[in-house]
Design a protein around this ligand. Structure first.
Ligand code: BES
Ligand code: MN
Ligand code: ZN
Length: 491
């Protein structure tokens, strides 16, 4: 699908096989194109909603097939009584409109709700959000089905915007491409998307975008470095672990990089501390943090962002097996700290701690890790918010503010000393879990914090947000939007 922009002066829906999305307010007045079409149709739209009630609730839609004197069909969207909605309501209108559009058979969509004046938001934000939300709604994962239905017949999405917003459309397009990459990698099953597959896709990314350099560390390289904590997770699997390092230098050479680290467990059985079988298939999504790192690198390259980035993806499969790590085993991590592995299902932190130590080598300005780390994040926040922890209040505040701005909710959890004190081992420097199994999300953050003392760091537990279960099971692509907005806020 192509996203196009059209200025208000020429904005009109006068093509057959097109659909105009127009807004109607509680006082039954229309957005500008709505007015034009209403008059052109001899007030038929007005009469129609006088006869029928308005679709009820903000964002509710009424589809009107082609009327006499009009070439186009109409999707009437209830914009409520607020002529200037707040940003949450604007995003709600966009999401609901996108849902309606997935059911509509038309080639061209004209979208003018960017003309709503949204409280505290400029045109750039309105146009970016409209293009990003409408443009990413039509994603389907059907590459493994023998018969694929067209996800949508819509060929052109024409958004009302002036030429000053070309950049917003460009950013939205890059995000849409990045989201597709993240979701495709995440949705692929673990028999295809294993650590070697991820490493191959990383090399492919740097072929497609030559400004992204890729280096892969093999198990022998990791052993030489001393990444024994990471390797202990890989022991039970026939699939060799791969450590993927991306490097993108878009900024001044003298500037320190931002390092993104993503958990890349391509399948998490739990290892010897094996998981219950219900919904275990969803543990193919345990590499969503890693997939987001791929997305960040691609979007930065596509937009030629003037920033220096490193992306680290430890890619490992967590399996039981004759060589698997046993509960009670003690390993020496890359940092030199020894870890007593009391539960092999707390494996994410075991690969991340070595990646976080490795990050030091790049003298980072900031390190952000993203990981489907604990079921507790899902239990606490559902599918709504990322859990943010870290050692730098300013960084966490920035991420929270950007979350709020872009509609990708996050909330912070504390790493207080009282929690830190719970990580004690009789036999090693620290255990990988706390025995009583409470406060698991925070404890996992405390564990990571022991390896991030030399730089500013934030950790996002995305276990609740990276995918959804149930009949619409699938990857969401989160938190790519948030990370793109964070990078844009810095350039
Ligand atoms: N990948 C899981 C976390 C997870 C579970 C995410 C379910 C989403 C849904 C992680 O490796 C894990 O198993 N975590 C354990 C940690 C525990 C053993 C301390 C958990 O959350 O139960
Ligand atoms: Mn696990
Ligand atoms: Zn896991």
């Amino acid at each position: 699908m192509q996203i196009q922009r059209q200025s208000v002066s020429s904005f009109d829906a006068n093509n057959t096989d097109s659909c105009a999305v127009i807004g109607v307010f509680s006082d039954r007045t229309f957005t500008p194109l709505g007015n034009t079409l209403n008059i052109r149709s001899n007030h038929s739209i007005e009469k129609l909603i006088q006869k029928n009630n308005l679709p009820s609730g903000l964002g509710a839609g009424l589809f009107i097939p082609v009327l006499p004197d009009l070439n186009c069909s109409i999707l009437l969207i209830n914009c409520g009584d607020a002529k200037s909605p707040d940003s949450r309501n604007y995003l709600k209108i966009l999401n609901k409109t996108a849902n309606h559009l997935t059911d509509i058979k038309t080639k061209i969509v004209y979208f003018e709700l960017t003309q709503l004046s949204v409280k505290n938001k400029d045109n750039h934000w309105k146009v970016f959000q409209a293009a990003a939300i409408l443009g990413s709604k039509f994603y389907r994962f059907d590459q493994l089905k023998s018969e694929t239905a067209l996800s949508s017949p819509i060929e052109n999405l024409v958004i009302q915007a002036e030429s000053s917003e070309d950049q917003a459309i460009k950013e939205a397009n890059a995000l849409i491409h990045g989201l597709k990459l993240v979701k495709d990698l995440a949705n692929l099953p673990a028999n295809i998307c294993n650590p070697s597959y991820l490493a191959d896709q990383a090399k492919k990314l740097s072929e497609n975008f030559t400004t992204v350099k890729t280096e892969i560390l093999e198990e022998s390289d990791m052993a030489k470095l001393g990444m024994n904590s990471l390797l202990s997770v890989s022991n039970g699997s026939r699939q060799p672990a791969k450590f993927i390092c991306f490097n993108y230098q878009g900024g001044d050479k003298s500037r320190k990089p931002i390092v993104f680290v993503g958990k890349g467990i391509t399948f998490d059985t739990g290892g010897i501390s094996i998981k219950a079988s219900a919904a275990m298939d969803e543990m193919k999504y345990d590499m969503c943090g890693g997939a987001t790192v791929f997305g960040i690198m691609q979007v930065a390259a596509e937009l030629k962002l003037p920033v220096n980035l490193i992306g680290l993806v430890p890619a490992v499969e967590n399996m039981p097996g004759g060589n698997a790590t046993r509960p009670g085993d003690i390993v020496k991590s890359l940092s030199g700290k020894t870890i007593e592995i009391l539960n092999t299902d707390a494996e994410g932190r075991l690969i991340l701690c070595d990646a976080l130590t490795y990050a030091e080598k790049f003298s980072p300005e900031i390190v952000i890790d993203m990981a489907t780390l604990t079921g507790g994040a899902l239990m606490t926040f559902g599918n709504i918010a990322n859990a943010i922890m870290g050692n730098d209040q300013k960084l966490m505040d920035d991420l929270l503010a950007i979350s709020d701005d872009c509609g990708e909710r996050s909330w912070t959890l504390p790493l207080w000393d009282e929690y830190q004190d719970m990580l004690k081992s009789n036999f090693a420097d620290l255990p990988n879990i706390h025995g009583d199994n409470n406060a698991k999300t925070i404890i996992s953050g405390c564990f990571l914090s022991r390896f991030t003392q030399n730089y500013r760091w934030a950790h996002l537990d995305i276990a609740g947000t990276a995918w959804i279960s149930g009949k619409d099971k699938g990857a969401t692509g989160r938190p790519l939007m948030l990370m793109l907005q964070y990078l844009l806020s810095r350039v």
